[in-house]
Design a protein around this ligand. Sequence first.
Ligand SMILES: Cc1cc2nc3c(=O)[nH]c(=O)nc-3n(C[C@H](O)[C@H](O)[C@H](O)COP(=O)(O)OP(=O)(O)OC[C@H]3O[C@@H](n4cnc5c(N)ncnc54)[C@H](O)[C@@H]3O)c2cc1C
Length: 281
Amino acid sequence: MKPAPFEYVVARTADDVVAALADGKARVLAGGQSLVLEMNYRHVRPQRLVDINRVPAFASLDLDGDAVQVGPLVRHRVFESGAVPGPLGDLLRRVVHHIAHPPIRARGTMAGSCAYAHPAAEWPAVAVALGARLDLRSASGIRTVEAADFFTGPFATVRRAEELLLAVHLPKLPPGTLVGFVEHRRTHASFAGLAAVVAVTVTDGRVRAAHLGLVNAADRPVRAATAEQVLVDRPLDDAVIAEAAAAAAGIDADPHTDVAYRRHAVGVLVRRALHQARDGG
Ligand SMILES: Cc1cc2nc3c(=O)[nH]c(=O)nc-3n(C[C@H](O)[C@H](O)[C@H](O)COP(=O)(O)OP(=O)(O)OC[C@H]3O[C@@H](n4cnc5c(N)ncnc54)[C@H](O)[C@@H]3O)c2cc1C
């Protein structure tokens, strides 16, 4: 099928974008890897497309400060290289290879993935696990939302139609933070059936901070908070890992799925991700 007719606006500046979004009848066109599909199926029929691909400033990745600031045109593939240093870069590199395949990673964006909020998408769970913040810009200014509050359900966020997702701020991880990412999927390029993202900071043999996020375990990306509490102030040994995995398995799984299976699989993936973080591989 072809998309329903729409007006096409090429934005050159951030002001152009917010002006074109102001009446709430437009959609941002970033990588187009999800939006164009949705339009072709006529799941969405925006009156206007606002193409942000010619706003050069949007492709910037700002590494200064306590968080890495990801602009709305930073493509997935940027994270395949060493663009982000330290443990955060290691984590993003582990994750990005699980997103679709190279042509899609060359166009799709992290911000677009967050705005789209597919429950099986990887970046939203990374954002939630790390406690990222998201900047939303409209004609009335910028507001900042915690990732944990941003995602409200499948394909649903607190972003209003007139708002551009201007930046994703990913907190840097302290040196020595161990990272892991394990995903269960049907084929190499499929969306995640389930996945676990892990970042644990260990000093003097004890876990000082733990970030544990789950992809597709619920109707939105979630943090396995009880499992994180199990880890903190304990050594990252096999027994503690098993205890944390069991705690993670107690999550409120999406009731529209096979809850028992999903809980079991969450436990397995969290255990594997923690082992991967500790032992490498
Ligand atoms: C075959 C295939 C396999 C895929 N597999 C995976 C996978 O395994 N994991 C995964 O995570 N994703 C996967 N994707 C989706 C892909 O990652 C998309 O790139 C991503 O979901 C959306 O990013 P985009 O930049 O292409 O956004 P677009 O398609 O341009 O936009 C998606 C939606 O977000 C809105 N939007 C985009 N950017 C902004 C912004 N800055 N502010 C406000 N609204 C915005 C758009 O208006 C639209 O509603 C796959 C896609 C395909 C086609």
